[in-house]
Design a protein around this ligand. Structure first.
Ligand SMILES: Nc1ncnc2c1ncn2[C@@H]1O[C@H](COP(=O)(O)OP(=O)(O)O)[C@@H](O)[C@H]1O
Ligand SMILES: O=c1ccn([C@@H]2O[C@H](COP(=O)(O)O)[C@@H](O)[C@H]2O)c(=O)[nH]1
Length: 272
């Protein structure tokens, strides 16, 4: 058994990625938690600490997808209700469970996927735009109900629950929905009291028991985030080692790439 000291991508890994020879299933991490608990912010911190944010999308080893992309298309009558804050976006029926499951299975099969982009202002997915998800080694999937559906929950290799108290969540949701999602104060508060809070208690909060790691205080909890980042780094290091060994011994790989993999192997350190 050998260890690699850095996690930079080698020529061997780049060759495989560019030629679609990804093969290996990514490590799939589910990130659940109530609205405005800090799920996206925690995922952003993890990506930042892994040096993924400024990287080209095609080269990223870690990618993040939101469950918001999987809100189902509403009927004309439902869109009118949504505009009045009278549609329940916090109920499991608001999501396209089938599309979510098919997409995650494609991602686990190492396929490149197109994911819808959700428009909160109009309560619909953008007709002319999708987000391309390139094969990666680690995929974060965040959303209020990512642990609710058993078929989806069972796909995760690691489950995180961002646990932020409801006062803080409401205090963050109000300005966010007004500034970023085009709502007014009355609409936000009515929706919160009628749908968001009851649905959190009925559908989201009970899924905390499925989590492997609960993150109190969300992105403020740097200790928890650092532990998770270290776990991902360990996974990436092991994955890189496996790919280098396979590439170096695979005769269909061009010889210069095999040589690069063997050279990378020269950096291996024997354990003490
Ligand atoms: N630790 C924090 N301190 C202050 N503001 C935060 C913190 N975490 C998140 N926020 C803010 O709260 C809002 C909701 O956070 P976000 O990460 O989008 O939550 P979620 O993805 O769970 O809905 C955003 O405006 C974000 O900037
Ligand atoms: O059209 C929509 C769709 C969703 N919502 C609300 O969004 C949150 C989930 O997103 P978070 O980023 O996790 O807060 C959910 O509570 C829905 O109520 C919406 O208001 N309008």
């Amino acid at each position: 058994m050998y260890f690699i000291q850095n996690i930079d991508m080698s020529d061997a890994i780049k060759f495989r990625k560019m030629n679609g020879i990804e093969g290996k299933a990514p490590f799939l991490i589910g990130v659940a938690g109530g609205t405005a608990s800090g799920k996206s912010t925690v995922c952003k911190r993890i990506m930042e600490k892994l040096g993924q944010v400024d990287m080209d999308q095609t080269q990223r080893q870690v990618v993040c997808i939101s469950q918001d992309s999987f809100y189902r298309e509403l009927t004309a009558a439902e869109i009118v209700k949504a505009g009045q804050g009278l549609f329940n976006f916090d109920h499991p029926n608001a999501f396209d469970e089938g599309l979510m499951e098919r997409t995650l299975n494609d991602i686990l099969a190492g396929k490149k996927c197109e994911v819808p982009v959700y428009d909160f202002k109009n309560h619909t997915t953008r007709k002319d735009e999708t987000m391309t998800i390139y094969p990666a080694d680690v995929v974060l999937f965040e959303g209020i109900l990512v642990f609710f559906f058993p078929q989806i929950r069972n796909l995760f290799h690691m489950k995180l629950f961002v646990d932020t108290d409801s006062d803080t969540r409401l205090a963050r949701r109000v300005p966010r929905d007004i500034i970023e999602r085009g709502r007014d104060l009355e609409q936000v508060l009515n929706q919160y009291m009628n749908f968001v809070k009851p649905a959190f208690e009925e559908f989201c909060s009970p899924t905390k028991k499925f989590a492997d790691v609960i993150i109190p205080r969300g992105a403020d909890n740097t200790v928890a985030i650092d532990l998770i980042v270290q776990h991902i780094k360990d996974f990436l290091t092991n994955r890189q080692e496996e790919i280098i060994v396979e590439t170096a011994s695979n005769n269909s790989t061009p010889s210069h790439v095999r040589r690069a993999a063997i050279n990378e192997g020269g950096q291996f350190k024997r354990p003490h």
